[in-house]
Write a protein that binds this ligand. Structure first.
Ligand SMILES: Cc1cc2nc3c(=O)[nH]c(=O)nc-3n(C[C@H](O)[C@H](O)[C@H](O)COP(=O)(O)OP(=O)(O)OC[C@H]3O[C@@H](n4cnc5c(N)ncnc54)[C@H](O)[C@@H]3O)c2cc1C
Length: 383
């Protein structure tokens, strides 16, 4: 691993920085968990797409830029640095897209990837069920074959962005007689299909950040099956690797937050409080450490090594780091931390509320620790 950027990578950074300086909206868009904000973010995705920045590491034929993973990390650094809007189609572009490239047929790649890159179609992830969260193999929603269609029944919960999204990717039990992990199939489904009901759920901040999805005899053509029938678990594990590994949460998000924390400390904190300055420094160093670790991971990926169970280590690290950065910001802000309007504190409280969910989504941290104990450390299982 060479920690120096090549001249081409430096030129790529300059190009991204200049483009973002010219195009990032001057005022923040409304939250993408509102109807108005969702469409404003979709329009922003279109601007990104037209500039060929919406999916930088995807092949050009699918609407990407054909750039390498290192360039993608550079773009993310510039993106977060510029204060650009959150990515409303992140479940599509960063999770489902790479999965379709890995296991989809050429027809599925041509059909789904370009409209994903442009966010003409925004995707929601429909995996969790009321009794199948950590234990995802307990999924009960069913897919039953009827000629060349699946008939979907059952319900999903906590599907982010589903209140306004266009399609979902879900896991359904297609063979009730098979062993739990083997009878699942990965199906793509339009959310405006007859028989689909979407019921929004408010998050801590009151906005409908996720939704329940009910399927009542929903007919979906079999060409919307991703991977093999009964092979949904394997496909989902590829998606989960992208979610926990490097795709969903690039380090730039955390180095940017850590830099903001340092700025907040300079502005508000007592410089003689060395315990506080030590805590700020520690978090800043950890964010830098995560960034360097990710550069090593993408070097491994570029060398052809798959992301394995180590992705679970990443997930625990970034979610706890994010929470601690926001908790410390709350401490520095003191009573002002509770302000929910205005520029300064309001952004921190919103980020803090969301950071509380980091140890839960993308698989809880308890489950990730189990995976690390079992598959990375090879520790013996408890009785
Ligand atoms: C902000 C947010 C966004 C989300 N977005 C989506 C989405 O887009 N799509 C989607 O499908 N889901 C989504 N989820 C759901 C998320 O994946 C689940 O909440 C998560 O997998 C946990 O499942 P659960 O809520 O059913 O909790 P449970 O599985 O019931 O777990 C409850 C508690 O028990 C612990 N626990 C359970 N089993 C074990 C074990 N074997 N060992 C140790 N501890 C254990 C868990 O860690 C947790 O603390 C989202 C969640 C949040 C908070």
């Amino acid at each position: 691993m060479d920690l120096r950027y090549t001249p081409a990578q430096q030129a790529f950074r300059s190009e991204a920085r200049a483009w973002l300086a010219e195009h990032v909206p001057a005022t923040a868009l409304p939250s993408f968990d509102t109807a108005e904000g969702f469409e404003a973010h979709r329009a922003w995705e279109r601007v990104l797409y037209d500039g060929r920045w919406s999916a930088v590491s995807w092949p050009e034929e699918f609407g990407g830029r054909g750039a390498g993973y290192i360039e993608w990390l550079i773009f993310e650094e510039e993106y977060w640095r510029s204060g650009a809007p959150g990515r409303v189609n992140q479940n599509g572009v960063f999770l489902l897209g790479p999965t379709i490239m890995e296991v989809g047929t050429p027809e599925q790649q041509a059909r789904f990837l370009p409209t994903m890159a442009s966010s003409e179609i925004v995707w929601a992830q429909a995996w969790s069920e009321p009794d199948a969260g950590s234990d995802m193999a307990a999924i009960r929603a069913t897919a039953t074959l009827d000629g060349d269609h699946w008939i979907l029944n059952g319900s999903k919960i906590w599907a982010s962005r589903a209140a306004y999204a266009d399609w979902c990717f879900g896991m359904f039990r297609s063979d009730p007689a098979a062993e739990r992990h083997r009878g699942l199939t990965f199906v793509l489904c339009p959310l405006d299909s007859p028989g689909v009901t979407v019921r929004p759920i408010a998050q801590l901040d009151g906005e409908p950040g996720f939704a329940e999805i009910f399927f009542d005899d929903v007919r979906v053509p079999v060409d919307c099956t991703l991977g093999d029938v009964g092979g949904g678990w394997k496909v989902a594990m590829a998606t989960a690797g992208f979610e926990r590994g490097v795709s969903l949460r690039s380090p730039a998000r955390f180095t940017t937050a850590a830099n903001r924390l340092v700025a907040l400390w300079r502005l508000h904190a007592d410089p003689t409080d060395t315990a506080l300055s030590d805590a700020v420094t520690d978090l800043w160093i950890r964010a830098q450490g995560y960034q360097l670790h990710t550069y090593r991971t993408v070097t491994d990926i570029t060398d052809g090594k798959p992301i394995g169970a180590e992705a679970s280590l990443n997930k625990v690290f970034w979610s706890e780091l994010d929470l601690e950065v926001h908790e410390l910001a709350m401490r520095i802000l003191g009573p002002a931390a509770e302000l929910t309007s205005g520029d300064g504190a309001a952004a921190w409280i919103k980020g803090f509320l969301f950071s509380l969910s980091g140890p839960i989504y993308a698989g809880t941290n308890e489950i990730q620790r189990n995976i690390v104990a079992d598959r990375v450390l090879n520790l013996p299982r408890g009785s």
